[in-house]
Design a protein around this ligand. Structure first.
Ligand SMILES: Cn1cc(Br)cc1C(=O)Nc1[nH]nc2c1CN(C(=O)N[C@H](CN1CCCC1)c1ccccc1)C21CC1
Length: 347
């Protein structure tokens, strides 16, 4: 019997562990009704302590975000001791590993990934969120090499909107902006741009712009803002990196300039998409019909529940049916297996 009987009875078959972090672990699982693979973040609430608010923050952020380059939330299951966050499974692993595998990426491949990050971050900022912990380990790839941003446990939704200042120093120092490590007030959008600059440098160069085993040395390098520009970098990419890794946040490129930067548009002829295809929020009659027949509930009654986006088992089934439809698979729900009666033991 699996260690997490709750998940089995909530409609998931657990598989192997695919990630471990300070917050617990992530396990691969299968949604029984649709057969779709999902990733379940399992956290022991009794061990989270002061980090519990971060988990709540991530869940509330994910509930209001719907974008093709942001890892999708399907369901939240809470027991007395554990919190299970059921999310989109990204089978392509971390962008970080993809860069290491190829030592560094071509300009076009870097641009293809980076445009997706811009699209996700501009959507985030438009919705009043700053991620604040952008790094290659928090950028995953799905089976079609589409990019998905994860780990919103450090994100912020400043009360007064994106123009108000933040103070909490958070995230990984290697990717943290100078103003963030100085402990002065900062704008969440500006620190995200700096971290995106570090990611773009990693994509193009296969290493990090600021590195040191000694934290004080690392801080000095970040505050100086000086980094090596390898010979293979084009002038367009060098110019863009200088505008992103600009120590003075007031002079740093802003997201709306970034979207229209010539290097970003090269080969595409247009800026990255900045609108969220809120496909998950609109009613899909076909998926609704399949659920209505399976659960024997009036479609309109079902939709009145689904449109409340409670991220319960019905939300998960609906969103996973949408995934099946997007992938061109037949829309069907497996009948719950009625356990076969055990043959009487013949003594
Ligand atoms: C690494 N990898 C390789 C393959 Br193949 C699939 C994966 C993989 O992790 N896929 C995957 N799909 N969906 C998810 C994941 C991982 N994952 C995660 O949320 N992974 C993060 C990874 N963070 C990066 C820095 C610190 C921890 C995590 C958070 C808490 C505990 C464990 C892991 C989600 C649920 C959103």
């Amino acid at each position: 019997m699996s260690r997490y009987p709750t998940l089995r009875c909530c409609g998931y078959e657990l598989d192997r562990t695919i990630g471990t972090g300070g917050f617990g672990k992530v396990k691969l699982a299968t949604h029984t009704l649709t057969g779709e693979k999902v990733a379940v973040k399992i956290m022991d609430k009794t061990k989270l302590g002061k980090d519990l608010p971060r988990v709540k923050l991530e869940i509330s952020a994910l509930k209001s975000l719907s974008h093709p380059n942001i890892c999708k939330l399907y369901q939240v299951i809470e027991t007395e001791t554990h919190c299970y966050v059921v999310m989109e499974y990204c089978s392509g692993g971390e962008l970080f590993d993809h860069i290491v595998e190829k030592s560094r990426l071509s300009e076009m491949e870097s641009r293809m990934f980076f445009r997706q990050i811009i699209s996700a971050v501009s959507y985030l900022h438009d919705n009043g969120y700053a991620h604040r912990d952008l790094k290659p380990e928090n950028v995953l790839l799905d089976k079609e090499q589409n990019l998905k941003i994860i780990d919103f446990g450090l994100c912020a939704k400043p009360q007064g909107g994106m123009d108000s200042l933040l103070l909490t120093s958070c995230g990984s120092p290697t990717y943290a902006a100078p103003e963030l490590i100085q402990g002065v007030k900062y704008h969440g959008s500006e620190v995200d741009i700096w971290s995106m600059g570090v990611i773009l440098y990693a994509l193009l160069c296969g290493c990090l712009p600021f590195e040191s085993d000694n934290i004080d040395e690392l801080f000095k390098k970040i505050l100086r803002g000086k980094y090596i520009e390898p010979g293979w970098l084009s002038s367009g990419s060098k110019r863009l990196l200088r505008r992103m890794l600009c120590v003075d946040p007031l002079k740093r490129i802003r997201i709306n300039e970034l979207i229209n930067d010539p290097w970003i548009k090269l080969g595409f002829g247009c800026p990255p998409s900045t609108l969220s295809h809120a496909i998950d929020q609109r009613k899909d009659v076909e998926c609704l019909e399949v659920m209505s027949r399976h659960f024997n509930v009036e479609a309109e009654i079902l939709w009145s529940r689904l449109s409340k986006w409670k991220y319960d088992s019905e939300t998960a089934t609906y969103l996973l049916l949408l995934n099946l439809k997007k992938s061109g698979f037949p829309l069907m729900l497996k009948k719950k297996e009625i356990p076969k009666p055990q043959p009487e033991l013949i003594i």
